[in-house]
Design a protein around this ligand. Structure first.
Ligand code: HPA
Length: 262
């Protein structure tokens, strides 16, 4: 099963599909948003509205644990996420699409793991699934790598923050990519993101940043994004060339002291 995590404007992918059913699942982290399950190109797809329907939850309030747990519970093995971002590279313009290959995590208040009662250290040398990235990159006119910087939000960044992120190697900046990518990997799902560049980041943009500008560009690129998603779903093979499904092998610390030894 394939999962699509959508922000604004991506719901239209559901309308391309057939046999749509709606479902809410319970998780240890609270109920999921209402998901739409549908058939597209002979494949079963689940659409997860990240912010719940109607863009109700701001990025720092999204229940990332419930969202990812719900997709796993539905039987999803591969997740394509969509994110809006600001560009920190003058050559990457509003309206471009970027498929990041790595991230820098500058979130501060989000719970970022499922493993509180077991000691699990997963490898994230390559945090996004290489196979899913290749599929997205071959499905449209996209920039095939970049470092995604995730901020806590909900405010936009200061000029000094953007300067710092650029010096650290950041390419684009957004508020929704983390901890989602990590949580998917912790549950051994493949995960890749396609980012719509909605603006130049603070201080690179000649004007004040507004959310209206972000929504306007995302809306203008909606049809292109839906086409890339649809073509990618068509191309996803049933066999895996990546290691995402074996993430937990070698990641967990064994309890080498049995309780009676203590
Ligand atoms: N900064 C953070 N998040 C964003 C931006 C930005 O410039 N644009 C869209 N999401």
């Amino acid at each position: 099963m394939i999962g699509i995590i959508g922000g604004t404007g991506v719901y239209e992918i559901v309308e391309l599909g057939e046999e749509i059913v709606y479902k809410v699942v319970e998780t240890p982290y609270g109920p999921s948003p209402e998901m739409s399950i549908f058939q597209l190109h002979g494949k079963e797809v689940v659409f997860m509205p990240r912010h719940t329907l109607g863009h109700a939850k701001p990025p720092h309030m999204v229940n990332y644990l419930s969202n990812i747990w719900s997709l796993k519970k539905m039987g999803v093995e591969k997740v394509i996420a969509t994110n809006a971002v600001g560009s920190m590279d003058e050559s990457i313009k509003p309206g471009d699409f970027v498929v990041p290959h790595d991230f820098l995590d500058f979130t501060r208040m989000r719970k970022g793991t499922f493993y509180d009662d077991r000691t699990v250290h997963i490898d994230v040398t390559e945090p996004y699934c290489s196979q899913l990235r290749d599929i997205l990159i071959s499905s449209g006119n996209v920039i095939g790598n970049g470092v995604y910087v995730c901020t806590e939000g909900p405010r936009f960044e200061t000029a000094a923050e953007i300067q710092m992120f650029r010096q650290l190697g950041g390419t684009v900046v957004g508020m929704t990519g983390l901890p989602e990518v990590i949580l998917a990997r912790e549950l051994e799902m493949c995960y890749s993101s396609i980012c719509t560049v909605s603006n130049y980041a603070a201080s690179i943009s000649p004007s004040k940043l507004t959310i209206d500008e972000v929504f306007e560009v995302v809306e203008n690129k909606r049809k292109d994004l839906i086409r890339i998603l649809s073509d990618s779903i068509k191309k996803i093979p049933s066999d895996n060339l990546c290691e995402c499904e074996n993430t937990l092998d070698g990641a967990e610390v064994d309890n080498f002291l049995e309780p009676e030894d203590l």
